[in-house]
Design a protein around this ligand. Structure first.
Ligand code: GLC
Length: 545
């Protein structure tokens, strides 16, 4: 099956595209350093072309002290030597283009590293021109301006005695927030973005972008009053070319907000990463470590709302995994006896919807979570929550249970390429543990097996680019209260498709609507069609007329 190439001169080409996220540190090492690099990505472009994807969302590769794995940038226009050189980056862009693969750069615009020259200058004094690139409040050293908490634990304010001022950081102490109120700071950001566009970057993923309009005095983090003004300015000044794709990470987005973000006139962004579905299996009002079982009717209702409310007036992205999330097959599937079936079922449910799908590295192999003792964890958020909760008197075993289910390290274990040393990721010592199941789950084995999760994703990608109903069809949820089956239809005037997914390891009855009797099966995870739904079965039926 040859890859279907999209015409990227079309304004909304990304509406029928499928993207693939690479977390460079864990993708492919070519130097033996134990850390993935740009040349490693170049060496795997043929693999990605074979899968059929249209673009790579590349997690940050800019210069960084790596306190938060590159989400703390010290120079936006330099490549971190750990990943390679600017020439490697240019080669990656050029080699990607040859294969119809665009590079989508990760822009961390909410904060920089404390090692960025802007922050170093800012520390020199209140009169320094860069001081106002960050958010400061005066005060005495014992009283932070307010009790806002940082996402990675502790206060969101850090005191600088020399200045007698506190600076704001929503994440780590080493990630001071940029002051978007300052037009000079914004102009420097746009200049930097243009630098990358001129290098051939064709899109941007905008890290925690719904926080740039924050108002720390009112304790507003997401969705601040000027947020959409900033987006419009960003779009007008930096994303000038029509084909540039932009996707905003927005934990605080609801459907109304998302419609603004992704308004069809292109005045803000192309699409949004929203997280409502991801938060359904945590206790309302608490954080991700406080888990509750997933309710399928709630999940279905969430998707229904997003599908229906954005149809024709906004655009969503479709994803289960990224570098901050656990592996979906371990989370909502069955990563033991039905690993392959449930990985394919989940993919079917997601890729049948309207939006732009994002596949996270290893998802196309059905990679799973990892179970590590705390000493082997490396993610600062994970280490902080362990310390914080055990300190507060939580049972360490319970804390570890939630870490095994939710830690960001689950998604960051190295890509499993072969059954050889370290899964073929590195010949050195990997920076984070390799999942032992690489002997069974790896790309080499998947490529040899026509029934693998890999080929299933390849087919889903191909279907999206072949049948317009995948991107254009309206969405209708079937059996909303059913706790085991997720079924929906997608319709355009003359094309109709039915997606049915069994979310359990049981065999179930399911009545196929009459109009689909005798229709074509576009894809399914069991070789033949049967009247009942087998464990984790998924199928897409289709007819025209
Ligand atoms: C985003 C990134 C995450 C990072 C945080 C701070 O949520 O995806 O990895 O830690 O922003 O930049």
């Amino acid at each position: 099956m040859a890859k279907v190439l999209l015409d990227k001169s079309k304004r909304d080409w990304w509406k029928s595209a499928v993207f693939y996220q690479i977390y460079p540190k864990s993708f492919q090492d070519t130097t033996g350093s134990g850390v993935g690099d740009l040349r490693g990505i170049i060496s795997k472009l043929d693999y990605l072309e074979n899968l059929g994807i249209d673009g790579i969302w590349l997690s940050p590769v800019c210069a960084s002290p790596q306190v938060d794995n590159g989400y703390d940038i010290s120079d936006y226009c330099a490549i971190d030597p750990m990943f390679g050189t600017m020439e490697d980056m240019e080669e990656l862009i050029a080699e990607g283009k040859k294969r119809g693969i665009s590079i989508i750069f990760d822009l961390v615009l909410n904060h920089s590293s404390d090692q960025h020259k802007w922050f170093k200058e800012a520390l020199k004094g209140k009169d320094n021109p860069y001081h106002d690139y960050y958010i400061w409040r005066e005060g005495d050293e014992n009283t932070p301006p307010n009790d806002m908490r940082a996402t990675f634990g502790g206060s969101a304010w850090t005191y600088v005695p020399e200045l007698k001022e506190w600076y704001f950081h929503q994440f780590a102490v080493e990630q001071p927030d940029l002051n978007w109120e300052n037009p000079k700071m914004r102009e420097d950001i746009y200049k930097m973005i243009r630098f990358w566009v001129e290098k051939g970057i064709e899109g941007f993923r905008l890290d925690v972008i719904d926080q740039i309009g924050k108002d720390p005095d009112l304790q507003i983090t997401c969705n601040g009053p000027k947020l959409h003004d900033y987006f419009r300015e960003l779009s007008a000044k930096a994303f000038i070319e029509e084909g540039i794709v932009s996707v905003g990470e927005a934990w605080g987005a609801n459907t109304e907000r998302a419609k603004l973000y992704s308004a069809p006139d292109g005045s803000e962004l192309s699409m949004v990463f929203q997280f409502e579905h991801i938060c359904l299996d945590q206790e309302p009002g608490k954080d991700k470590w406080d888990m509750i079982p997933l309710s399928l009717p709630k999940l279905k209702d969430c998707y229904r709302r997003w599908q229906q409310e954005l149809h024709g007036c906004g655009w969503n992205s479709l994803f289960f995994n990224n570098h901050d999330l656990p592996r979906v097959v371990s989370r909502w599937g069955n990563d033991k006896e039905y690993r392959v079936e449930s990985a394919k079922m989940l993919a079917t449910m997601l890729h049948g919807m309207e939006g732009t799908p994002y596949i996270y590295q290893g998802e196309e192999l059905g990679m799973t979570n990892i179970c590590l003792p705390i000493e082997k964890h490396v993610d600062l958020e994970t280490l902080n929550v362990y310390k914080e909760r055990v300190g507060l008197g939580y049972d360490p075993e319970e804390v570890m249970k939630s870490i095994h289910a939710r830690s960001r390290d689950n998604g960051r274990t190295p890509m499993q390429w072969t059954d050889g040393l370290n899964g073929g990721f590195t010949e050195g010592t990997p920076w984070v543990s390799v999942n032992e199941n690489y002997k069974e789950i790896n790309a080499e084995a998947a490529l040899k097996d026509l029934d693998s999760v890999f080929y299933y994703y390849k087919k889903l990608i191909d279907l999206r680019k072949t049948y317009p109903v995948f991107s254009d069809g309206s969405f209708t949820l079937l059996c909303p209260e059913d706790e085991k089956v997720f079924a929906y239809t997608r319709d355009t005037e003359n094309a109709h498709m039915l997606v049915v997914c069994n979310f359990t390891g049981e065999t179930l009855e399911f009545e196929i609507p009459e109009e689909y009797h005798g229709s074509e099966m576009l894809i399914g995870n069991y070789s033949e069609y049967a009247p009942e739904l087998r464990p984790y079965e998924a199928v897409i039926l289709y007819y025209e007329g």
